[in-house]
Write a protein that binds this ligand. Structure first.
Ligand SMILES: CC(C)(COP(=O)(O)OP(=O)(O)OC[C@H]1O[C@@H](n2cnc3c(N)ncnc32)[C@H](O)[C@@H]1OP(=O)(O)O)[C@@H](O)C(=O)NCCC(=O)NCCS
Length: 438
């Protein structure tokens, strides 16, 4: 049902922003034409549409229409994400796209405002998360950089593990491992669904940012569209199993053939690695690095504190490059701040500015005890820290540091000592990491 006359606000410098209507999405297919235009004429293949269409939640997703035709999209998802302290419901946003003729007229802003207002009014998920095509887009809407990732590229000459890291499994991997009790199998990814699902589930609470995967999300995780292989082979799964045959770790990866002076230097790119225990984790990485034909072994996104960086004897050669990853935002400040636990006791009054979600603006007292559990309520007390919704988003998963943001001028300390206490409380070890795109 279209909301006739619900127009986007006029944008300074933009064209006339009249004549737009907004409604819930009907089906995934109507996103197709907008996404095709918005991303430069690359229509989704039927196979990819089937995978992402199975995840689509029309009631949570919005389209803006012009002349009755969709011209802007926003997909909403009900997700379960590990926060510091455990799993919590979060809302995901994806496929924010505006067809080129309709850009810079406030359509993205209006879609986000509507999505956030609906979550607030329905008292739905307290936190919303998204991945951004460009890092400069969402800060103005109160989304903060909640997790970072590192890209690593291990060249053949830097494959060695540090001597101290050559634990039993790692050491034995090079000698075909039976003695260490771990064995290796390599199969096409689609044949390893159950091992992948079991190990991923066991790792779900290792870090904030991890998303629970049902069968449809797992299909997305192991999706292997020929069009996205870019010369590489099919997606493979390396599975490490213990003595009783139980799978303990896996890696999803591809090999792209390459030769240098008649010598094989295949590019091995790793999509994800999970293991139930450190020995299996080291063993899987050892096996990836020792893959026959492989030259450089790279991974586009690993946690910033990936144990791999401590396993390698020469992490410098892996050239870890830090990237922005997940962006998070509080839908309702009090519910968001109490959805997680804290690493140290804290009692702090936050003065929050939030233009897009004005119900969050004002002073909030956050208290957390030694058990990590927190309370958050409005207060008339003097503020200890002043910040915007964006900085709140940055610290929600335990990755962003209030102290760092203060040094950048984005958090203001109004009571000496408040910053140090807040930083100790918000910090989470290990660092947040989100392995899923949506
Ligand atoms: C990014 C995109 C969705 C923006 O849509 P839009 O309707 O033109 O955006 P709006 O008019 O609502 O702009 C709102 C604000 O964001 C800013 N903005 C828009 N796109 C931006 C970008 N790519 N980088 C930085 N700022 C951007 C606008 O300048 C405006 O700023 P202001 O509030 O200071 O005036 C659109 O350009 C698009 O579809 N791009 C290709 C797909 C894409 O990258 N989507 C993002 C997916 S995460």
């Amino acid at each position: 049902m279209e909301e006739v006359g619900a127009t986007a606000p006029a944008r300074p410098g933009g064209g006339p922003a009249t004549g737009y209507t907004f409604r819930a999405a009907a089906e995934w297919a109507e996103f197709g034409a907008v996404l095709d235009l918005a991303y430069g004429g690359h229509p989704h293949s039927p196979a990819h549409s089937a995978v992402v269409g199975a995840l689509f939640e029309p009631k949570r997703s919005l389209v803006a229409c012009h002349g009755g035709r969709p011209c802007a999209t926003l997909a909403g998802y009900a997700l379960e994400m590990t926060l510091p302290g455990g799993p919590a419901p979060v809302a995901g946003i994806g496929y924010v796209a505006v067809a080129p003729p309709h850009r810079r007229r406030g359509l993205m802003r209006e879609l986000l405002r509507r999505a956030l207002t609906a979550l607030h009014e329905e008292r739905a998920e307290p936190v919303v998360v998204l991945h951004s095509t460009e890092p400069g887009i969402y800060g103005r809407f109160g989304f903060g950089l909640a997790s970072r990732a590192v890209e690593v590229s291990v060249p053949p000459e830097a494959r060695a593990f540090a001597p101290e890291a050559e634990g039993e499994a790692a050491a034995e991997a090079g000698r075909k491992v039976e003695a260490a009790g771990l064995t290796l199998d390599v199969v096409p990814a689609e044949e390893a669904h159950s091992a992948i699902a079991d190990i991923y589930r066991a790792c779900l609470h290792q870090r904030p940012g991890m998303l629970r995967r049902d069968a449809a999300w797992q299909r997305r995780a192991v999706e292997d569209e020929p069009a996205s292989r870019h010369g590489a082979g099919r997606l493979l799964c390396m599975v490490a199993s213990g003595p009783g045959g139980a799978a303990r770790g896996y890696a999803l990866y591809r090999l792209r053939p390459a030769w240098e002076r008649s010598r094989p230097r295949y590019a091995l790119s790793v999509r994800e690695v999970f293991a139930r225990d450190p020995a299996a984790y080291a063993f899987v990485w050892r096996s990836l690095l020792d893959t026959d034909l492989a030259g450089t072994v790279s991974a586009a996104a690993r946690p910033v504190d990936d144990p791999l960086l401590a396993l390698l004897d020469d992490p410098r050669s892996a050239a870890p490059t830090v990237r922005d990853q997940l962006y998070a935002r509080a839908v309702d400040l009090d519910r968001a701040l109490t959805a997680r636990t804290y690493s140290a006791p804290v009692d702090v009054v936050l003065e929050v500015r939030d233009a897009l979600c004005p119900w969050n603006a004002g002073r909030w007292r956050l208290t957390a005890g030694a058990d990590g559990g927190a309370e958050c309520a409005r207060t008339g007390a003097a503020a200890d820290l002043a910040l915007t919704a964006r900085e709140v988003g940055a610290v929600l998963l335990g990755g962003g540091s209030p102290a760092q943001l203060a040094l950048a001028g984005r958090v203001t300390e109004l009571r000496p000592g408040a910053l140090r206490a807040a930083s100790a409380a918000f910090h989470h070890d290990p660092a947040p990491f989100c392995p899923m795109s949506f």
